[in-house]
Design a protein around this ligand. Structure first.
Ligand code: AHR
Length: 341
């Protein structure tokens, strides 16, 4: 492996916030790492990991899982938290290239705009693994593979729950959709899968769809704005029967406001969510959420297997999907199994 000078490492500090050392399992400030001796540990694989931020418990657990799996396998992680900005991710990836890490893994906040930086990684012969969200590219050879969830299937699962729940109903059913981050593959896929299944049944109508950026604060705000404008949980004189939220954080935010306005969540309005974080699972048990489509954030162990394969210059699968279950009010068994993170 190549040796880099400490000066180079310091030069990276602005863009790369932390170095995670497998030895002591702590997030370390990059200026006080094992790199101060001007040498790399010859045996260790170094992974550059660009995470998008800390917008949800899902995300925090996702990062933790990668750190833990890397530590278990003796892989060092150069870590950057992009704080929800693609420009920060581009800077971090370029820093990883300058540092000549063995493998780069990144969670693309949005789908587009990665080709140039990926071309630079390819020229530097550094394999790149796309994690959790997908990218759009003109050239599929720019990355080694993808690991994450199938957002289309998650959207379909949410819709299937509703078709089953309302199978005996004859009334028209109005849906409010709380979407994840605009231009992210995850928001697009969840919306697409949901529509594909739900809209085959003409009783359902998505009367309003708003981006809540996967944030609890936005879930809360969107419902508050609806009450402020309409005076009730409705949209343009149609009462809202169902809230489909692209993640638990937004569902929990929505619940905060619904409770404030005395709406009996889970009964007056059906809530279908995605993820499976602890607080949402608790709300499901209390009957305030009707269904959670599980999205497993613990991608670390599978990702690290791929990192080791790619670092050894072997091919990794083009797509590795991690599947999840559906937890719902219908199923006592699944509810006892649901743990949350
Ligand atoms: O991309 C995965 C999504 O991003 C999770 O469902 C959500 O909680 C996170 O912020």
């Amino acid at each position: 492996m190549l040796k880099k000078s400490f000066a180079t490492v310091i030069g990276l500090a602005a863009a790369v916030s932390f170095l995670f050392s497998a030895c002591d399992r702590k997030k370390l400030n990059i200026q006080s790492t094992t790199y101060v001796d001007d040498e790399r540990d010859g045996a260790k694989i170094i992974l550059g990991f660009s995470q998008i931020g800390t917008e949800s418990s899902w995300r925090t657990e996702n990062t933790r899982s990668v750190f833990e799996a890397a530590a278990e396998q003796g892989i060092q992680v150069l870590y950057d938290d992009a704080q929800q900005k693609q420009t920060n991710q581009l800077k971090a990836i370029r820093s990883f290239i300058v540092y000549r890490v063995d493998v780069i893994a990144f969670v693309p906040i949005v789908e587009d705009g990665w080709d140039n930086v990926l071309r630079e990684a390819k020229e530097a012969r550094i394999p790149v693994i796309v994690v959790d969200r997908k990218i759009k590219t003109q050239d599929e050879s720019l990355y080694a593979g993808f690991i994450g969830e199938d957002g289309i299937e998650e959207g379909r699962k949410a819709a299937r729950f509703l078709l089953q729940k309302y199978s005996d109903s004859t009334k028209k059913l109005n849906v409010l959709e709380l979407r994840g981050t605009d231009y992210s593959s995850m928001a697009k896929e969840r919306s697409a899968g949901f529509r594909e299944v739900l809209l085959q049944d003409t009783r359902f109508c998505i009367v309003k769809s708003v981006s809540g950026d996967f944030l609890r604060s936005r879930g809360k705000e969107i419902i508050s704005n609806i009450f402020a404008k309409e005076g009730s949980l409705s949209w343009e004189n149609s009462s809202l029967d169902i809230i489909f939220s692209h993640n638990d954080a937004m569902s929990l935010g929505a619940l905060d406001t619904l409770q404030l306005y005395g709406v009996n969540a889970g009964r007056d309005v059906t809530i279908v969510s995605i993820d499976g974080e602890k607080d949402a699972v608790a709300a499901l048990r209390e009957g305030k959420i009707n269904c959670i489509v599980e999205c497993n954030p613990r991608l670390g162990p599978e990702l690290i297997k791929l990192v080791k394969t790619a670092a050894n210059r072997n091919t990794i699968p083009r797509v590795t999907y991690v599947d999840g279950r559906v937890y719902s009010e219908n199923d006592d068994f699944s509810l006892t199994q649901a743990v949350g993170f």
